[in-house]
Design a binder for this molecule. Structure first.
Ligand code: ZN
Length: 164
C-alpha cells in the first residue's frame, strides 16, 4: 500500500458496479481498524471470495519490517477462516492518499498467486478517487506455481529428514 509518488494526471472517473461499491464500503470500514501507530497511514482492504467479503487492514509493528499490509491481511484472514477455498474474485483497497492507493510489490505477488492475472483490483482513496486495474496490469509477467503442482506438493508423503 504505497501512495503514488508521481505527478501523473488523475485517472478518469471509474464507474463501479454494485458489488464493487459494496467492496469499497467494506474496505472503508476495515481501514478504521488499521493498527498504524508508526506511520499513521491507515489502509483498509476488502476481498471477495464467492459471496463472502473478508476484511483486512494494515497492522504495524514496533519493528517496522514486521508490518503487514491490508491486502495480505485480508488474504491471510480468508485462509484462516476457510473462505479462501472459494477463490479470490476481487479486492478493494483504500487509504487517505492523494491518489488511489495501489498494492505494494509484495501484495501484488500474493494477490497474483491467489487471484491470477484477471483479478480486479479496485484502488481508492478517501476523497472518492477510484482506479480499477487487473493483476496482469499491476504485475506484468507475474509468477505462480501451476495449481496441480501445488496440490501434488501438499499431498506428497515425504518423510522429513532430520540432520544434527
Ligand atoms: Zn502491501
Amino acid at each position: 500500500m504505497k501512495a503514488r509518488e508521481t505527478n501523473a494526471p488523475k485517472p478518469a472517473p471509474t464507474r463501479l458496479t454494485p458489488p464493487e461499491r459494496e467492496l469499497v464500503a467494506a474496505a472503508k470500514k476495515a481501514r478504521l481498524r488499521a493498527h498504524a501507530h508508526q506511520s499513521q497511514f491507515k489502509v483498509g482492504a476488502a476481498a471477495r471470495y464467492g459471496n463472502e467479503i473478508v476484511l483486512g487492514c494494515n497492522v504495524e509493528s514496533d519493528v517496522y519490517g514486521l508490518t503487514n499490509c491490508a491486502e495480505r491481511t485480508a488474504v491471510f484472514a480468508a485462509h484462516a477462516s476457510g473462505v479462501a477455498r472459494k477463490g479470490l474474485r476481487m479486492i478493494a483497497v483504500i487509504a487517505d492518499s492523494p491518489d488511489p492507493v495501489s498494492p505494494c510489490g509484495a501484495c501484488r505477488q500474493v494477490l497474483f498467486e491467489q487471484g491470477g492475472p484477471d483479478l480486479r483490483v479496485i484502488m481508492c482513496n478517501t476523497h472518492g478517487d477510484v482506479r480499477v486495474m487487473t493483476l496482469a496490469e499491476l504485475l506484468p509477467g507475474g509468477f505462480r506455481l501451476p495449481r496441480t503442482q501445488q496440490r501434488s506438493t501438499t499431498t506428497t508423503t515425504r518423510t522429513p529428514t532430520l540432520r544434527r
